[in-house]
Design a protein around this ligand. Structure first.
Ligand SMILES: [Zn+2]
Length: 375
């Protein structure tokens, strides 16, 4: 991964390169920031730059033997740790190495990936992924390997907040007596669940969401978009490139989502329990990733309808068919129900993410909407 392939984040790139130029590479670093901001891509580019044998002022050369291996994620001194769970192939004590081929394959294509998309990719999306006890002995083992050819041995730990306490405590011991020329890059989206002792022993760097201008430029090129559609995607993605990618690749689903949403509103407003139950049945078969996207989509439409209801059309972001629907629907989303409707959708999202039964969750939501839409 080259720095120039990463969307935006110019300040961070400059800072990272400066640590190398000034020979101030801290041995345990933590990148923290929101999903889809490119932290993992930055960690990869940083690792590659550190080991590039022909460093340029602002980027790796991309062609030296080290760069060639880093580009394919095949460098023997580059190690990964990430959340995993059991699936139909790995029945117990899962560790990252069980899934390393799947990991490298998807990382090369999509380094902006979200955790839930990763878990879906390895077929464990109905479980919580984690970094468990067994992983720490793997980490020890890899650190004992001699450094093959690189200047630095690098271990990237993705979603470090998913590390359990035992594993984190063992890692802490390593941080206290760091092996020479070894760099740990921990990545997290939320440090609240991490041990204070880990946080105090890492150099923390906050990685912001992607700025709108860089995002717009990238989406325009990647998806050949312009005008209002481009503006809407950039707005909805909110600095998360993976979200933009999902919104675009779910283009067909997008039509489905619109249909589900309009039906859900119609059936619940009309108190049509039977049709609402049928729709719930269909939605419950979509898979968790799509269900979450559908909820996010619904939240967006509800928010935009409320804004229309408040006569603020200028700041509304809707596609044409959504706008046509909303011209009538916005009368039903008002200050009496907006907070509660939003809460109900958010609760549904929370329960879907924690593996609740989707049929029950969406049916409950329908019943609550029947009351709320008439408020
Ligand atoms: Zn190079």
């Amino acid at each position: 991964m080259l720095f120039r392939e990463i969307i935006g984040q110019d300040e961070i790139k400059k800072d990272l390169i400066a640590t190398v130029t000034n020979n101030r590479i801290s041995h345990a670093q933590l990148f923290n920031g929101p999903e889809g901001n490119g932290m993992l891509a930055l960690a990869l580019a940083y690792a590659q730059y550190i080991n590039c044998t022909n460093k340029q002022e602002k980027d790796s050369c991309g062609t030296c033997p080290s760069c060639v291996k880093f580009n394919k994620l095949q460098h023997p001194d580059l190690h990964f740790v990430f959340p995993v769970a059991t699936n139909d192939k790995v029945k117990s004590k899962p560790v990252s190495d069980n899934f390393i081929n799947e990991w490298k394959e998807i990382m090369v294509q999509q380094p902006y990936l979200s955790l839930s998309a990763w878990l879906e990719h390895i077929g464990v999306d109905n479980k919580q992924g984690g970094i468990q006890n067994e992983e720490s002995s793997q980490i020890f083992k890899k650190l004992q390997l001699k450094t093959y050819e690189a200047e630095y041995k690098i271990m990237i730990i993705w979603m470090a907040e998913k590390m359990n306490e035992t594993c984190a405590n063992k890692l802490l011991k390593i941080f206290e007596e760091p092996p020479e020329k070894t760099l740990f890059i921990l990545l997290s989206e939320n440090t609240d669940n991490m041990l204070q002792t880990i946080l105090s022993r890492t150099q923390i760097r906050t990685i912001p969401k992607i700025d709108a201008a860089s995002m717009q430029e990238k989406i325009a090129t990647d998806f050949n978009l312009e005008g209002a559609d481009l503006r809407t995607i950039v707005h909805n993605a909110n600095g998360n490139y993976y979200k933009a990618f999902q919104l675009m690749s779910y283009d067909n689903s997008h039509k489905d989502f619109f249909n589900y949403f309009t039906q859900l509103m119609r059936f619940t407003y009309g108190k049509n329990l039977i049709e609402a139950a049928k729709l719930t049945e269909i939605i419950s078969k979509l898979g968790r990733e799509k269900q979450k996207l559908f909820i996010e989509y619904s939240l967006k439409l509800i928010r935009e309808n409320f804004i229309l209801n408040q006569n603020q059309e200028k700041i509304v972001y809707l596609y044409k068919q959504e706008k046509d629907f909303s011209d009538k629907f916005h009368h039903y989303i008002n200050e009496r129900n907006i907070a509660q409707i939003t809460k109900e959708f958010n609760d549904a999202h929370f329960h879907i993410e924690r593996n609740g039964n989707p049929k029950i969750i969406f049916f409950d939501l329908s019943i609550k909407l029947m009351i709320l839409l008439r408020a």
